[in-house]
Design a protein around this ligand. Structure first.
Ligand code: GTP
Length: 595
C-alpha cells in the first residue's frame, strides 16, 4: 500500500464526549464491523471497560476507505479520556500524524480537552476539531466553536459538526482525514524500523506487540532485533488490526499493526522500543519518557498460600500495562506482598478490578499514598510506604509532590470551587473566561489532596459541570506526620497514612466516622481511633450486638445452626481479621474514598 495513501490518526477528547461512539461509526461506514446493537463500543474490549463504560487501553483499528476513486488505509487509534490514562494518549499520538479532537456540543471545552490538545499540539500533529452531539436539544455548536478559536487559536471554520450517535456528517470526517492529514513520512526503501507503541499478552503466543512501521518493511520469518535488550527474534505472525487481528504476510513503512515474535518475558516487550532487521541495525527511535507513578499502594494476597498465583497475575497484568511499577514489600500484619505504583486512583482501581475479574485474585489493598520525600543533609529518600516514614528527628525536611491543576466550570460555581481548593491547601495561579459564562482556573495543589476524592467532590458540588485535569509540578516542603488507625488499640496497617499536620484532625475524624459505618457490629464493643504516635486525635465506638446470632435457632435444631454458621463462614471469606475483629474487605477503600 503506497505511503501517500496512509493516514494514521488518534481520536482524543474529554471523557464521554463520544470518542468510542465515533470510532464505532467510522468502523461501520468503512465496513470493518457490521452495525448491530451488540457491536456498541467494540474497541472497549476489557470487561472493566464495558462495565464502567470507559476506555482504559488504547486500541488500534485499520480500515480501508475510498475517496475520489482512490483507496486509503486509515489507522485509527482509540484513546482513553480519563486523566489517569493520559500516558496512553501520548503513546498513541507518537504513532500518528493527526488527531480528531472531539468536543461535546453541549458541554464545550473541558479540562481533558485542554490537556489532550496540548499533547497533540506539542507533538506537532494536525488537529481536526470535531463538534459532536449536535443532535442534543441543548447543543450550541456556535459557542463551542468560539471557545475553540479563543482557547486553541484554531479558526472556527475548521470545525466539523457531527452527531456520532446518529451518524450525521461522519462521512465528512473521513473525507477530511484524507484531505487534511498528512501521510506518514516513512519510506519503504529505508531499512526496517518500527516503534513498539503498545503491547498485549496472550497466554499462548506470548507478547503481541502493537507496532508502527517508520521505515522499510518486515515479513513473516524475518529475524528482528529489539534495540532495548539487543535480543533477536523470529517474526512468527504479523498483520493489521481491523479491529480484530487480520494476519498479513508483511507490514510496510507507514503501517500500523501487530506482531508476534516469540517474546515470552515481561521485560522483552518494552513499550517505546525500536525493532529492526538483524542485518541492518538502525538508530533507536526516541521512545517514551517512562510513565511516572503518582499513587502507591501495597497489595497482598488475602491468604499467603495465594502468593505465587498472585505474583504471576501481577506479572501478566503489568505486561499489559507497563505504567504500573512493582516492588516487593512485606509487612508483619499482611505478610509478603508488593508495593505497586499507579498513575492515579482510577488506574489503581481498574488494576485491582482486573486482578479480581481476569485472574480471580483475592487481594488486600492498603491506603494509597503519593511519593513523599525526606531530606537529611544532602541525602534524599522517597517514601512510598507509610510504614517506612522516617522520624522527624532524623530528617531535616519532608517534601510532598505538587501538581498544576486546571479546572473548567460555569462561573456560577467559582465561589464553591475556591472554597474547596482552599480546604485542599491549593494556591490559585490564575483564572480566565473562555466564553461569557465559563471560566478556566489554574491552581497548584499538593498531589495527596486531589488524588483520592477531589474530582468526585468537584463533580458533585458543581452538578457535574466542572472538569479537572492535572500535571506534575515538582516538590515542595511540607509539615508531614504519620497517622495510624486503631481498632481496639491494634493498628490497621492498611490504613496507616502520611498526612499534612494541618489536615490530620479532619482526616482522622472522617476516617473514624466512616469506619464506624462500614464495620458491622460484633459481639463486643470496638473502639475506632486515629492516632499520631501515642496521641489519639479522634475516636468512635461501635456498639456490640445485643443478642447472640444463634439465639434465633431456638436451641434444638442442629442443622439450622450448622447452616447459619456455614453462611457466616462464607461471609467471612471477604473479611479481614484484625485482632479479633472482622472487617469487610472493601471497607477500607470505601472509607478512603470519602475522606
Ligand atoms: P471514554 O472512552 O470513556 O473516554 O468516553 P468516550 O469519549 O469514548 O465516549 P462514548 O463514545 O462512550 O460516549 C459517551 C456517551 O455519549 C454515550 O452515552 C454515547 O451514547 C453518547 N454519545 C456519543 N455521541 C453522541 C452523539 O452524537 N449524540 C448524542 N446525543 N449522544 C452521543
Amino acid at each position: 500500500f503506497p505511503v501517500e495513501r496512509i493516514r494514521n490518526f488518534s481520536i482524543i477528547a474529554h471523557i464521554d464526549h463520544g470518542k468510542s461512539t465515533l470510532a464505532d461509526r467510522l468502523l461501520e461506514i468503512t465496513g470493518a464491523i457490521v452495525k448491530t446493537e451488540r457491536n456498541k463500543q467494540v474497541l472497549d474490549k476489557l470487561q472493566v471497560e464495558q462495565e464502567r463504560g470507559i476506555t482504559v487501553k488504547a486500541q488500534t483499528a485499520s480500515v480501508f476507505y475510498t475517496h475520489q476513486g482512490q483507496q486509503y488505509l486509515l489507522n485509527l487509534i482509540d484513546t482513553p479520556g480519563h486523566v489517569d490514562f493520559s500516558y496512553e494518549v501520548s503513546r498513541s499520538i507518537s504513532a500518528c500524524q493527526g488527531v480528531l479532537l472531539i468536543v461535546d456540543a453541549n458541554q464545550g471545552i473541558q479540562a481533558q480537552t485542554v490537556a489532550n490538545f496540548y499533547l497533540a499540539f506539542e507533538a506537532q500533529l494536525t488537529i481536526i476539531p470535531v463538534i459532536n452531539k449536535i443532535d442534543l436539544k441543548n447543543a450550541d455548536p456556535e459557542r463551542v466553536e468560539a471557545q475553540i478559536e479563543k482557547v486553541f487559536d484554531i479558526p472556527r471554520e475548521e470545525c466539523i459538526r457531527i452527531s456520532a450517535k446518529l451518524g450525521t456528517n461522519v462521512e465528512r470526517v473521513l473525507q477530511e482525514i484524507v484531505e487534511r492529514l498528512p501521510p506518514p513520512t516513512a519510506s519503504r526503501d529505508d531499512s526496517f524500523k518500527a516503534l513498539v507503541f503498545d503491547s498485549d499478552f496472550s497466554h499462548y503466543r506470548g507478547v503481541v506487540a502493537n507496532v508502527a512501521v517508520f521505515g522499510g518493511q518486515v515479513r513473516k520469518g524475518d529475524r528482528i532485533v529489539s534495540a532495548y535488550l539487543g535480543k533477536s527474534y523470529e517474526v512468527n505472525e504479523l498483520g493489521l488490526l481491523r479491529p480484530h487481528e487480520h494476519p498479513t504476510d508483511r507490514l510496510y513503512a507507514g503501517q500500523v499493526g501487530y506482531m508476534v515474535a516469540g517474546m515470552k518475558d515481561v521485560k522483552e516487550a518494552q513499550i517505546g522500543d525500536t525493532l529492526y532487521h538483524q542485518q541492518h541495525p538502525v538508530d533507536a527511535l526516541p521512545g517514551f519518557k517512562p510513565a511516572k507513578a503518582m499513587v502507591f499502594a501495597g497489595i497482598y494476597p488475602m491468604d499467603q498460600s495465594e502468593y505465587t498465583g498472585l505474583r504471576s497475575a501481577i506479572d501478566k497484568l503489568t505486561l499489559n500495562d507497563s505504567s504500573v511499577t512493582v516492588q516487593k514489600d512485606s509487612s508483619l500484619a499482611l505478610g509478603a506482598g508488593w508495593r505497586l505504583g499507579f498513575l492515579g486512583l482510577l488506574h489503581m482501581e481498574v488494576f485491582n478490578q482486573r486482578l479480581e475479574q481476569e485472574y480471580n485474585a483475592n487481594v488486600v489493598v492498603t491506603a494509597p499514598t503519593v511519593p513523599y520525600k525526606a531530606e537529611h543533609g544532602s541525602e534524599e529518600i522517597t517514601i512510598v510506604n507509610p510504614a517506612q516514614f522516617p522520624d522527624r528527628s532524623v530528617v531535616s525536611q519532608y517534601l510532598e509532590p505538587m501538581v498544576n491543576g486546571t479546572i473548567l466550570a460555569p462561573d456560577s460555581y467559582i465561589g464553591k470551587i475556591m472554597t474547596l481548593c482552599l480546604n485542599r491547601r491549593a494556591t490559585q495561579e490564575n483564572m480566565v473566561y473562555i466564553d461569557d459564562h465559563r471560566v478556566m482556573m489554574k491552581y497548584i495543589f499538593p498531589l495527596n489532596e486531589i488524588v483520592v476524592d477531589f474530582y468526585d467532590l468537584l463533580k458533585s458540588m458543581s452538578s457535574g459541570y466542572a472538569s479537572f485535569d492535572y500535571e506534575n509540578a515538582g516538590y515542595q516542603a511540607a509539615d508531614l506526620i504519620k497517622m495510624d488507625i486503631l481498632l481496639n488499640g491494634k493498628s490497621v496497617e492498611e490504613l496507616t497514612m502520611i498526612v499534612h499536620r494541618q489536615r490530620a484532625y479532619n482526616v482522622g475524624k472522617a476516617m473514624c466516622e466512616r469506619l464506624k459505618d462500614s464495620i458491622p457490629r460484633q459481639m463486643f464493643e470496638i473502639a475506632v481511633q486515629a492516632a499520631i504516635g501515642s496521641k489519639v486525635i479522634a475516636r468512635e465506638t461501635i456498639k456490640p450486638f445485643r443478642k447472640n446470632v444463634l439465639a434465633k435457632c431456638y436451641g434444638g435444631d442442629i442443622t439450622r445452626k450448622m447452616k447459619l454458621l456455614k453462611r457466616q463462614a462464607e461471609g467471612k471469606k471477604k473479611m479481614r481479621r484484625i485482632g479479633n475483629i472482622d472487617v469487610p474487605k472493601d471497607a477500607f477503600i470505601n472509607v478512603l474514598k470519602r475522606t
